[in-house]
Ligand binder design. Structure first.
Ligand SMILES: Cc1cc2nc3c(=O)[nH]c(=O)nc-3n(C[C@H](O)[C@H](O)[C@H](O)COP(=O)(O)O)c2cc1C
Length: 340
């Protein structure tokens, strides 16, 4: 249907670039920002701060699974360590924190963004409710994860079946000397310690931080296949974004919207500058120009590492000159390692 007065065809001419977004009317010598004081819980009180919203499953003392909503979750060890890890920040008297201190394991469940799901998350966030009180009306289903499949005798928190992806984790209590942190004595709502940890375990009278080693990543087949085969805009799961800021009445969150692709910059250097980096390596291994041509798109900062990787491969395989053929073998090996 055509709305009156609106043209039904689009012009084929290239539209003019939009003028830059005008955020406020400001004369050029006036600062464009105003200060806002950082206070406790600054991410909720003094900022708009986009974060995930997840349900963390942990084990109660009777071996049952209980779930609490959390947003202060960030990738912590992402490469170069023996394991990958998240950081979770919790009120230390919460069921989640106490269960992690006692039983070490959890599952981070990423649920969809529909309103009924978020409502349930907010219900589960009421401080002070016992696991029994929360879980008797739990609106999702629970199932065993992959840890249990590998170790049928072990007891692991269950995974929420409705989650789009979930991560099974173990608290690394040995970091920052947190292995001796004990549970809260009955009837107390915070810790009074002589010394608090810096980043793992009980970190303040009311706070706790948990470095969570990633044991297993579980994903619904549709999203797993997308990551393995190539992700398109429509393949991103509809995950909610918690905007940090909250007031005494509401938690605020954002529903998923179609993701927009932004092309990576396609900068490339010249064979000469790759040759310059190659010549600085302490090695007898030679590169042909055609081989170095394959590296012109590698950002300069990574060139020494990439070139050293090629040299190590050549030395291991008794190769004296790296040409295109060898480069392809190295690339192939690298992408196989990545896929693993
Ligand atoms: C969306 C959402 C995000 C939350 N994020 C956090 C958080 O990152 N850290 C925290 O200590 N409390 C957070 N809370 C509050 C906890 O959920 C609340 O303390 C709750 O009692 C914890 O449940 P549990 O005792 O079963 O662990 C959040 C609540 C909601 C609704």
């Amino acid at each position: 249907m055509k709305l009156l007065g609106k043209p039904s065809f689009k012009a084929l001419t290239k539209p003019a670039l939009k003028p830059p977004l005008k955020l406020s009317s400001k004369s050029s010598d006036e600062p464009s920002f105003r200060e806002l004081r950082a206070v406790d819980n600054f991410y909720q009180t003094s900022l708009f701060f986009p974060m995930p919203a997840v349900l963390v499953s942990t084990l109660t003392d009777t071996g049952k699974t209980t779930c609490g909503p959390y947003s202060l979750l960030a990738p912590f060890y992402i490469a170069g360590k023996e394991y990958y890890a998240f950081m979770l920040e919790c009120r230390n008297s919460s069921n989640t924190a106490q269960n992690l201190i006692k039983h070490k394991k959890c599952v981070i469940n990423f649920l969809g963004d529909d309103r009924a799901t978020f409502k349930e998350m907010v219900r589960l966030g009421w401080p002070g409710d016992t696991p029994e009180e929360k879980m008797k009306d739990f609106r999702f289903h629970l199932e065993e994860g992959l840890r249990k499949a590998e170790d049928p005798e072990g007891i692991y928190p269950q995974v929420i079946s409705e989650a789009l992806q979930a991560v099974e984790c173990t608290w690394v209590d040995t970091l920052d000397g947190a292995q001796d942190d004990g549970p809260l004595p009955e009837g107390t709502d915070h810790y009074e310690l002589e010394k608090y940890h810096d980043f793992n375990g009980i970190t303040s009278p009311y706070g706790a931080h948990f470095v969570l080693r990633i044991d297993k990543i579980l994903m619904k087949p549709r999203y797993r296949d997308a990551i393995v085969n190539g992700v398109r805009s429509q393949d991103f799961p509809p995950l909610p974004v918690d905007y940090g800021y909250r007031d005494s009445k509401n938690f605020w969150y954002h529903k998923h919207r179609r993701l927009l692709p932004e092309l990576l910059p396609q900068r490339q250097t010249t064979v000469q500058s790759v040759r310059y980096a190659a010549n600085r390596l302490q090695t007898d291994v030679q590169f042909t120009d055609a081989a170095l041509e394959k590296l012109v798109k590698v950002p300069r900062i990574f060139l020494p590492t990439v070139l050293k990787g090629c040299v190590s491969w050549a030395e291991e395989n008794g190769v004296k000159v790296i040409d295109v053929e060898q480069m392809e073998i190295i690339n192939d090996k690298r992408s196989k390692e990545k896929n693993k």
